[in-house]
Design a protein around this ligand. Structure first.
Ligand SMILES: [Ca+2]
Ligand SMILES: [Ca+2]
Ligand SMILES: [Ca+2]
Length: 208
């Protein structure tokens, strides 16, 4: 086996070992793909008690899920997405959508998600650990991707979306493809590359 092929094999092994770790989201049902029965508008959308929705919760409202293509809005990922401004609003307060997940204190994570406005200029807040942002949401024709880093402060962390505009009206602020990943690939890559190079060293030694 040539040296180049050995390096290739080592890198290939490293990539194989790393990729599932790097890409595994810590969230449950982050893309809203759970096979709930959408019973509004002939399967276009539905709203659900938070207890019936995997992963996600709300203390104030039902959770609204749309089927890709309904009202001309395609999911950004998979076949379903959520509308933060859910249906109905019985409390008269802002809409919330949150999920708690396991973290390690002082470790850094990356949050990514897609958002899209429904009617015009909309906005919402996203809060997770030390990340707290109000996001202006004005693009009705396409999804916008958000990416941000946060550092956990405890063993359980809450990711929370809250409607700002509209505040209590039921139309607005689509969300999809929400993901949280641990930012560990750099040290992991280095360690595995080290192992791979050590392996090369051993192979070379045996040959000589
Ligand atoms: Ca989705
Ligand atoms: Ca739930
Ligand atoms: Ca709605």
């Amino acid at each position: 086996m040539s040296k180049i092929r050995r390096i290739g094999t080592a890198l290939g092994l490293a990539a194989l070992v790393i990729s599932p770790i790097a890409s595994a989201s810590l969230l449950d049902n982050g893309s809203f793909e759970q096979a709930l029965t959408l019973n509004q508008a002939g399967g276009g959308w539905g709203y659900f008690d938070p207890n019936d929705v995997d992963g996600w919760s709300s203390d104030t409202n039902d959770i609204e899920i749309w089927n890709s293509g309904f009202n001309g809005v395609d999911a950004q990922d998979g076949t379903r997405f959520a509308e933060l401004n859910a249906h109905p609003n019985t409390t008269g307060s802002a809409f919330t959508l949150f999920q708690d997940f396991d973290t390690v204190a002082n470790e850094t994570y990356q949050l990514t998600f897609a958002y899209r406005a429904r009617v015009g200029q909309e906005s919402f807040n996203v809060t997770v650990a030390d990340l707290d942002m109000d996001i202006i949401n004005f693009e009705t024709g396409d999804w916008t991707l958000f990416s941000g880093m946060f550092t956990a402060s405890s063993e359980s962390t809450r990711l929370m979306f809250t409607s700002i505009n509209p505040d209590t009206e039921t139309l607005g602020n689509f969300l999809d493809n929400v993901s949280v990943v641990a930012k560990v690939p750099e040290p992991g890559t280095l360690a595995l590359l080290g192992l791979g190079l050590a392996g090369l060293g051993i192979a070379r030694k045996r040959k000589s």
